[in-house]
Design a protein around this ligand. Sequence first.
Ligand SMILES: Cc1cc2nc3c(=O)[nH]c(=O)nc-3n(C[C@H](O)[C@H](O)[C@H](O)COP(=O)(O)OP(=O)(O)OC[C@H]3O[C@@H](n4cnc5c(N)ncnc54)[C@H](O)[C@@H]3O)c2cc1C
Length: 452
Amino acid sequence: MRILIVGGGITGLAAAHRLRTRLGEDARIIITERSGRLGGKIHTVGFVGRPVEAGAESLLAARPEAMELARDVGLGDDLVHPVGLKPALSLEGRLRDLPAGTMMGLPADPADVAAVAEVKEAGGSQRPLLAPGADMSVGELVRAQLGSEVLDRLVAPMLSGVYAGDVDRLSVRAVMPQLAAALERHSRLTEAVAEVKRPSTGAPVFASIEGGLTRLVTATSACARADVRLGMTVRELRQTPYGWEVVVGPVPDPIRLHADAVILAVPAGPAARLLRGVEPEAAAALSGVGYASVALATFAFDHIDLPETSGFLTPAGGGKTVKAATFSSRKWPHLGKRRSILRVSMGRLGEEALLQHDDETLARTALRELGEHLGRRTPEPVAHRIDRWGGALPQYAPGHPSRMAEAREGLRTHHGIAIAGAAVDGVGIAACIGSGRDAADQIADQLASGSA
Ligand SMILES: Cc1cc2nc3c(=O)[nH]c(=O)nc-3n(C[C@H](O)[C@H](O)[C@H](O)COP(=O)(O)OP(=O)(O)OC[C@H]3O[C@@H](n4cnc5c(N)ncnc54)[C@H](O)[C@@H]3O)c2cc1C
């Protein structure tokens, strides 16, 4: 049995690991990865002698998938958690406490956020806020139900930290699925939030791995025992009477690989291109997924005065490019105390031109804006690095979950093909791991029943 996984990010690796568990040693699992390394958006680098994340920073510990995978691949003892500091909110040039107890900035009680935003709660209607199967943008929902300040000063900065997106183009069903389900039962947003908001158990919400998240990539790959082919871009995919054929390698001298089944664990653009000749409607649904780009500036300081927070978030506007900063060495004990390491995140949807600036310009912009948010000039860093992530964060427009469900339905008629990853099921690493595992289960079930 030969299964080909296209894309060596965490989704592809989680799929490979699951396939190995399900199918045993006889299965041949091949991962083809375009770049020269595994991990995709997960990339730990050495910086001033510390393992710093050049891409994704943390695992969501409040969901089971990432924690389970880390334990399954032998990293359970190396899981680390941030110290209990909260991020601040930078408003009108000063850092304020981020209101506690909200759900992505949404309060169950307007009084919870009154210190930072005027709440204009809508009332009167007895109708549920969302009809079954319907969807709307986060912006539309929150502006109408709680007013623009709650949207602009709380919800948008929090969502921007994850999606770098435009709240008026982000689907409630995709980014807050449990809330969307509750909206079918409630006529007030605060009541729906109260129903789904999990009471804090005191358990850590985030985690990382001593030595950096790339260790999760390496350990998962080792446990999957896959045949990994780096520097191999899959350019074509077609179904044959015997299974699947993919074309890789240079155009004049193509290499053809054959497999019984294929899992596409790549961003929406390449997935759409590969599926065009297989299932045009699925390809069209995927090609409609937009992407935002971000740049990260990481600094090391011998000494910098920082407030007692883990960083800050800030609303869009005012010509500013910084959307968040993390005081990494304060937040993560495994980064040590010898130097202060800060990570500044820049750029939102539509600000792709930012990535064209050279490193020095981006570093200077980040430092200047950092100083404005902290209310003081920042000292000279002893080191810095810039990481650009062009087209990295998928944007789930209203209707995304149903479009992806239809795409999957269409693909099911072909047998032995599955799609997974951030483009489809959720942007976070935990969601990607779950998505990769589900795709592997679907393929393993089909192979077992002889229908692939
Ligand atoms: C700056 C940044 C910070 C983030 N922070 C966090 C965070 O703190 N916590 C969190 O949970 N999530 C975070 N995320 C999101 C998360 O990292 C990603 O959504 C997730 O890692 C995506 O995994 P994936 O495997 O689906 O896709 P990717 O990581 O994009 O992997 C897909 C792989 O497919 C390869 N590929 C593409 N086309 C082809 C082809 N034709 N043939 C072969 N290979 C191909 C690519 O080279 C890539 O390696 C962050 C993302 C970014 C960009």
